[in-house]
Ligand binder design. Structure first.
Ligand code: CP
Length: 322
């Protein structure tokens, strides 16, 4: 693997390799060896053209725990605000000697453009491009599901037969897209729930079951996982969105719906959350909620991705004895 640009083209074997490598990373962290020397001497650039809390600090923590040097770049306060192009920014990073570039960009396809451009000779990791994909979010979500469902026996496991209901602003969600491709590769059954105006063109070609009613989806699917999505008002035309009260009443995970979930069901949200809109505080803070586990697992998953792309070493699971 040279770049990580999407989950649509990630094979089941590669997905399981990343998740198992993340298990190795998590085990190492638990043994209190906070820093591994794996990426000593390598430079990793966090190239963020859009705001982020979780993804940026998680990649920074992951790279530092592998002993890489980390350069944080945010478009605000850089020469991008003077009109500098992605090409000139990339060539500047090449001149500095970046080994890995983690890019978040408002344009769908920006990560692929950077990887295929020839402007830079670095591994590219997509940290979210427009409404296209957010592959490390989906990987950390799958890692969290596997951990909750299989516990200490997670290594090597897929998500065959797991029922996942993804609810909300599917139209603008790169998280939904990356999750559905990855979950499909891992054998899960994915259902999407949204008002018609928040479904994207082409959704009926995707390998999913569609619902407009959250209550119908929960009653029919009896899901193992309910994944709530943020309403992305910054990407939305006002005409797409029912008013907030109507949205919360019909598509929000409130305390009453939480109480109707099966005993084993977990509640996920990639963050940041709009509490009281797509999710109640009762649901967000309940024992079923994996919101903070997802953040913690994100560091192990991103360590795994950086290791597999940049170290040139084979993962532990592929090494033979002797
Ligand atoms: N889940 C996620 O991508 O969060 P941030 O926007 O805070 O990085």
């Amino acid at each position: 693997m040279r770049h990580l640009l999407d989950t649509r083209t990630l094979s089941r074997d590669d997905a399981i390799l990343i998740l198992d490598t993340a298990e190795d990373m998590a085990a190492t962290q638990q043994r209190e060896m906070k820093k591994l020397p794996t990426l000593r001497g390598k430079s990793v650039v966090n190239l963020f053209f859009e705001d982020s809390t979780r993804t940026r600090i998680s990649f920074e923590a992951a790279a530092k725990r592998l002993s890489a040097d980390v350069i944080n770049f945010s478009a605000k306060g850089s020469s991008v605000s003077k009109g500098e192009s992605l090409k000139d920014t990339a060539q500047t990073l090449q001149a500095i000697g970046a080994d890995g570039v983690i890019i978040r960009h408002p344009a769908s396809g920006a990560a692929s453009r950077l990887a295929s451009s020839g402007w830079i000779d670095a591994g590219v990791l997509n940290a979210g491009d427009g409404t296209h994909e957010h592959p490390t979010q989906a990987l950390l979500d799958a890692f969290t599901m596997r951990r909750r469902l299989h516990g200490d026996a997670s290594r090597g496991q897929s998500l065959d037969g797991v029922s996942v209901v993804i609810v909300g602003d599917i139209a603008h969600s790169r998280v939904a897209r990356s999750n559905l491709w990855l979950l499909n590769a891992l054998g899960a059954k994915v259902s999407l729930v949204a008002p018609e105006t928040l479904l994207p063109f082409g959704v009926r070609e995707w390998p999913v079951t569609l619902y407009h009613s959250l209550d119908d989806a929960l009653a029919t699917e009896r899901p193992d996982v309910v994944m709530m999505l943020r309403i992305q008002t910054e990407r939305m035309h006002a005409a797409f969105f029912p008013n907030e009260r109507e949205y919360a009443r019909n598509w929000g995970l409130d305390d009453a719906r939480l109480a109707r979930l099966t005993e084993r069901a977990i509640v996920m949200h990639p963050g940041p959350m709009n509490r009281g809109l797509e999710i109640s505080s009762g649901a967000a803070d309940s024992p079923r909620s994996t919101v903070l586990e997802q953040v913690a697992n994100g560091v192990s998953v991103r360590m795994a991705c950086l290791f597999l792309l940049l170290s040139g070493e084979r993962p532990q699971s592929e090494r033979t004895e002797g």
